[in-house]
Ligand binder design. Structure first.
Ligand code: CTP
Ligand code: CA
Length: 228
């Protein structure tokens, strides 16, 4: 099962998808990052394209090759991702925030390499919060536009994971939230994924387990129904 159906049920729609993980520079040679590979977001972009959508992929530090034939904008940091997605979202039917956005960035980016002899035996970094891009997109969305978030949680208990997801969705104000568990071996770099999708009322509208391509297909089924 490739998850790609023959249906061209997304033709005529414009979809913006963010993928990958942002990196926040500390100095010219170092960054704070996360383990997102970008696979789930890239599979979403490929599946949506196969179903006829016109896709803009906003790619942050992908660990896999950028897909051929899909309009892609490369970004590095959360602030770069925010400006790219905000611009691409104008007139889009759907925005999917699959990227793992750094919650904090270094308060100051040093112009020169941090040296051990200045820092000593411990080094304290001051970080400042990044804007919540998803909440901003949801608050500013155009009538009829669907805004979809992801929630990466390390919670193992499925009921508690769902409760966290419902709280998160309420905080973000988005239309759907894709819940997935992440850990040392699950979620990020894996070939397979297991998700539940909740709607703005917190109701589970889809569940999927399988390859990231088949999971992408299920998420897009929800998008098609939501665009209804
Ligand atoms: N997100 C975002 N901007 C941020 C942080 C996250 O747009 N500054 C988006 C992610 O792309 C994802 C969703 O918000 O679609 C949820 O991300 P997640 O890290 O699970 O939630 P947070 O709100 O950051 O909460 P926490 O990490 O504390 O669980
Ligand atoms: Ca976060």
């Amino acid at each position: 099962d490739t998850g790609i159906t023959a249906a061209r049920d997304l033709s005529g729609t414009r979809i913006v998808i963010t993928a990958g993980g942002t990196r926040e520079p500390l100095d010219p040679v170092r960054f704070l990052g996360n383990r997102s590979s970008g696979k789930q977001g890239v599979r979403l972009a490929e599946a949506a394209t196969a179903r006829g959508a016109s896709v803009v992929l906003i790619a942050a530090n992908l660990e896999i090759p950028a897909p051929a034939g899909i309009e892609t904008r490369l970004v590095g940091t959360a602030l770069e991702l925010q400006s790219a997605v905000t611009e691409a979202a104008v007139g889009a039917d759907v925005v999917i925030m699959a990227a793992a956005v750094a919650d904090y960035r270094p308060a100051a980016v040093r112009g020169d390499k941090i040296k051990k002899d200045e820092a000593g035996d411990t080094l304290t970094l001051e970080l400042v919060k990044n804007p919540d891009i998803l909440a901003g997109l949801a608050a500013a969305r155009e009538p009829g536009q669907l805004v979809i978030g992801f929630a990466a949680e390390t919670q193992t208990d499925p009921d508690r994971l769902l409760a966290l997801g419902r709280e998160k969705l309420a905080r973000k104000g988005c239309d759907y939230l894709v819940l997935n568990r992440v850990g040392w071996t699950e979620g990020f770099a894996a070939e397979r994924n297991q998700v539940r999708v909740i709607d703005s009322a917190g109701v589970i509208v889809a569940e999927a387990a399988g390859t990231k391509m088949s999971v992408a297909g299920r998420i897009l089924d929800v998008v098609v129904a939501g665009l209804g």
